[in-house]
Design a protein around this ligand. Structure first.
Ligand code: PEP
Ligand code: MN
Length: 353
């Protein structure tokens, strides 16, 4: 059986250029990656989805053989992105070992279904990138479509989410979304793509470490022998040599421990956390009971739900109190806004009765 993220215990490392550019380029990168001895799979984009026309859109079909042959010569299985049935057919015919569905394709159930139909009856392993927008259900739906086509070896790729505001990341990681995906599919390996999250070289190592700390199954890192000259995504590619150093720097932590003292201590602390969580929820329930009473009074007296001054005062005083308890003020801000939103919803229901 071919090695895929599903079949290894150690973090599964996929590396290779954003795009296949020339035959020499693909072979050179494959050789250098094989040399460092830590890479499990070679990647290269053959068909490139570009936001605006006129940019390099991939070499197309001709690059498939470069990729497959470079993989064979260096003993590396290979993967590429497919966005439609024709891509699937050509990639399978060329002997690509694993396919991935890109972020711009996952957003479109028609395209995902077309790919699902095209792979039916094959046992090709598939990785599914998160959709561009932070919509967990679209990601889940794409995974379900591929599952339904009978493919058993499925992994997900977390490549971050587009946001309108400019942030330090090219694509916001929003770690909560892949963590929620783990809850929905506990056995699904998730590979992190720090290159597309970071968008610049300097960020790749810290994002990779965070991904391993989040228990992700592997990393897909864009690698090029001359990154500055890359035809696409130049700013985020690193050389195989830098990749080697980066992989050496990463700390792979154990998922579990055999140290009995540690296990017992952890269990004790978890029991305390469980009991505090219970108390916390009791207090939340009690608070909403008061909200209920207030809602009824307001209705009787025909008073607006939102009392601006009271709300601003709550926000200000609780944040100050939170500070005195050493609580992160952004966290307190979000927590109060969430509670307030629910409180308004409860009172709205009462008003409309
Ligand atoms: C890529 O992997 O080069 C790519 C186009 O990724 P994404 O679909 O995550 O943008
Ligand atoms: Mn890329």
């Amino acid at each position: 059986m071919k090695t895929t993220p599903n079949t290894t215990k150690k973090p599964f490392i996929i590396a290779g250029p954003c795009s296949a550019e020339t035959e020499e380029q693909v072979f050179e990168i494959a050789a250098q990656l094989s040399e460092i001895g830590k890479v499990n799979m070679l990647r290269a984009g053959i068909w490139k989805p570009r936001t605006r026309p006129g940019n390099f859109e991939g070499v197309g079909e001709i690059g498939l053989n470069w990729l497959v042959n470079a993989g064979k010569e260096n003993n590396l299985p290979v993967t590429t992105e497919v966005a439609n049935a024709k891509h699937v057919e050509l990639a399978l015919k060329a002997g690509v070992d694993m396919l991935w569905i890109g972020a711009r394709t996952t957003v479109n159930p028609f395209s995902v279904q077309e790919i699902a139909d095209a792979v039916k009856g094959t046992n090709i392993p598939i990785m599914i990138k998160n959709p561009i927008n932070p919509d967990l259900q679209l990601w889940v739906g794409a995974i379900e479509r591929i599952q339904k086509s009978g493919i058993s070896d499925i992994s997900a790729i977390h490549r971050g989410f587009s946001s309108y505001e400019k942030t330090n990341f090219r694509n916001e990681p929003k770690w909560g979304i892949p963590i929620e995906l783990m809850r929905i599919f506990p056995d699904l390996p998730i590979i992190c793509d720090p290159s597309h999250i970071g968008g610049k070289r300097e960020l790749i190592e810290s994002i990779s470490q965070k991904a391993l700390d989040m228990n992700m199954a592997g990393l897909m890192i864009e690698t090029h022998h001359t990154p500055d000259k890359a035809w696409s995504d130049a700013a985020q590619q690193i050389t195989p040599n830098i990749l080697n150093q980066l992989l050496n720097n990463l700390v792979v932590r154990n998922k579990q421990s055999n140290n009995q003292e540690f296990v017992t201590k952890l269990e004790d602390l978890r029991i305390d956390i469980d009991s505090l969580d219970e108390k916390l929820l009791h207090i939340v329930a009690e608070r909403f009971q008061l909200t209920n009473q207030i809602g009824k009074y307001k209705k009787n007296q025909n008073i607006t739900i939102l009392q601006k001054d009271r709300w601003f005062e709550i926000l200000k005083s609780r944040k100050e109190f939170g500070k005195s308890l050493n609580l992160n003020s952004e966290f307190i801000d979000q927590l109060l806004k969430l509670i307030h939103k629910e409180s308004v919803a409860i009172q709205t229901k009462i008003m409309n009765k």
